[in-house]
Unconditional design. Structure first.
Length: 209
């Protein structure tokens, strides 16, 4: 039996449909989608009936194709036609990367000194977070919206993780093109290094005398 993940950002605006061989694969596959995407899984008319009640079924049908309709002759016809259109529009779904899942689990139990890596970014737990977004850019009602509310300018990466944030949030929100937050090394680290260097120079001078 084939299952489909109907993914979208804003409610059914340019939805994408991904095809999977079974429900577990679909459940795992949507974890590989960007954090700001919502997705609903359907594999039958019964699933479709549950996930897209009343008017939303018609909205989904019209969003997935160029030929529009004002109404279905009945609910059964609407479910059948919409499921057929979903199957026509579906493309192979993205597969989850096991490392991403592992990093999320590690992030939840991160301690001070932990290094957070992913997609070219490396953060340590003592790094400082600066919030750049004027308002929460995530879609209200989503888990990412709630986690973005955890950010506070001046908090450390470790504090964010302990509060319930995920490693993937840091990577996604600090990425070029979004820049919702900025993450920097703590200023104290630089000053400590300068002090250590000065102490070393003084010791060297004393030894020379």
């Amino acid at each position: 039996m084939t299952f489909y993940a109907v993914a979208y950002r804003d409610w059914l605006v340019e939805p994408a449909v991904y095809r999977y061989p079974d429900r577990p694969s679909a459940m795992a596959g949507i974890q590989a989608l960007p954090e700001d995407l919502s997705a609903r899984i359907v594999g039958s008319e019964e699933d479709l009936d549950r996930e897209f009640p009343a008017k939303s079924l018609l909205e989904l049908y019209n969003a997935l194709g160029q030929d529009q309709t004002e109404r279905f002759s009945d609910r059964a016809a609407g479910l059948r036609r919409t499921l057929n259109r979903i199957a026509e529009q579906a493309t192979p779904g993205p597969n989850p990367e096991p490392k991403v899942v592992t990093k999320r689990k590690e992030a939840k139990v991160a301690t001070e000194g932990t290094t957070h890596r992913g997609r070219g970014a490396t953060y340590t737990s003592d790094m400082i977070i600066y919030v750049l977004a004027d308002k929460n850019p995530k879609r209200p009602g989503t888990a990412t919206f709630e986690r973005f509310k955890l950010y506070r300018t001046g908090m450390t990466v470790g504090e964010f993780i302990k509060a319930g944030g995920l490693n993937v949030d840091l990577i996604w929100d600090a990425a070029e093109g979004r820049k919702f937050i900025r993450i920097e090394k703590p200023a104290t680290s630089a000053s400590n290094e300068d002090e250590a260097e000065a102490d070393t120079e003084q010791l060297a001078e004393a030894a020379a005398e």
